[in-house]
Ligand binder design. Structure first.
Ligand code: AMP
Ligand code: MG
Length: 348
């Protein structure tokens, strides 16, 4: 299949959007930018179109898709009775990086919800995404536009690495602004539960709706506690080389990483190090990359997936990373990094 590339780095182009909308309405696949990561879009109300997403990504069929809308009124046709928290949260955070899990209406096929009676809904903020959703019929299922298991794409080039020749169109809107997938909150129980941490933190949600819990499966290293979001149980974001997070006092972490990279160098191999702007000069015997600045946590979120992909291309033998418990997004950043590392942590 020939994958068409639409360049919208300078802004929305109506001719391109209408071609993309046409593809979506006839059951095809279009990758597009959102503020979180690039999404792989299909008509969410068309079971055949959703099935194509699973095939293109190699995604397990029990891992449900998020339905993206562009106008609040659209929610009524795809959900059952709405709990009061829904309005409070959508007023506060939509359009934006928050996904809500709600009871589904019949219009949403089980092919989209992975067989569940609930549906995940988000209204993105990115203008290309919003125009495309409207042009495509108003309901666009869109998981991250990567091959299942690989780091999520934060640029159109990342999408092309995984999806060129596999999907109908890629819209290039430049690098995304947040870089991590949306916060997912389940509103089907009395107390809202965070199923996946993101830019919108637990504290931000609590200021709007009162108590909010974290899904127990998120923090558990105990594999018998299953995460409630079906997708969270799969290994994700994994680079090709083994990745270790080194945790502890800042100086001890640097010493330990230098010791490890020196050993690798001595064995004729080259390690990769995920450092920050502040620590970039502190490492030797390795390919060292800065993920961003500890003073600007958004820069760390923005570059996490790109750095994992870069180390794949550089073919390092092993990757050592500092840890990043930053104030607002630290939970989300460490959730993704821990998954990428397969929970391998070296404590110093
Ligand atoms: P992705 O679109 O690749 O970021 O993945 C979507 C995430 O949303 C996955 O982790 C899914 O498990 C989760 N999700 C989607 N729909 C539901 C739902 N109805 N209930 C719980 N989790 C969901
Ligand atoms: Mg994904």
């Amino acid at each position: 299949m020939n994958t068409v590339l639409e360049d919208m780095r300078d802004g929305v182009r109506e001719d391109g959007i209408s071609r993309a909308g046409e593809i979506l309405r006839s059951g095809g696949l279009v990758a597009f930018p959102t503020e979180t990561v690039y999404g792989l879009g299909a008509n969410a109300l068309d079971a055949g179109a959703s099935a194509r997403i699973y095939r293109a990504k190699g995604r397990p069929s029990d891992n449900p898709l998020i339905v993206h809308i562009a106008e609040w009124d659209a929610i009524k046709a795809i959900t059952g009775d709405l709990p009061p928290q829904e309005k409070l949260l959508s007023d506060a955070f939509w359009p934006g990086p928050l996904t809500m899990v709600l009871k589904k209406a019949e219009a949403v096929p089980y092919a989209t919800t992975g067989g569940l009676d609930t549906v995940a809904v988000r209204m993105p903020d990115n203008v290309i995404a919003r125009s495309l959703i409207l042009a495509g019929g108003g309901y666009i299922a869109a998981p991250s536009a990567n091959t299942s298991g690989r780091p999520s794409p934060t640029t159109a080039q990342h999408v092309a690495e995984d999806m060129d020749g596999v999907i109908d169109m890629i819209i290039d809107g430049g690098p995304v602004s947040i870089g991590l997938e949306s916060t997912i909150v389940d509103l089907t129980e009395d107390i809202p539960v965070i199923l996946r941490p993101g830019y919108i933190s637990r504290e931000m949600l609590q200021q709007v709706v009162g108590p909010v819990e974290m899904d127990r499966g998120l923090s558990a290293d105990d594999p018998s506690v299953h995460p409630k979001a079906p997708g969270m149980k799969y290994r994700h974001y994994a680079p090709k080389a083994p990745l270790f997070i080194v945790e502890g006092d800042r100086e001890r972490v640097q010493e330990k990483i230098n010791e490890l990279t020196a050993a690798e160098y001595g064995a004729g191999k080259q390690a990769g190090v995920i450092a920050t702007d502040e620590s970039l000069g502190c490492y030797a015997h390795a390919l060292v990359r800065s993920i961003g600045s500890r003073d600007r946590e958004l820069t760390i979120a923005q570059h996490l997936y790109a750095i994992l992909r870069e180390f794949d291309l550089l073919e390092v033998s092993v990757i050592y990373s500092e840890s990043f418990e930053t104030p607002q997004m630290g939970t989300a950043i460490m959730n993704r990094l821990m998954k990428a590392a397969g929970h391998q942590v070296i404590f110093v």
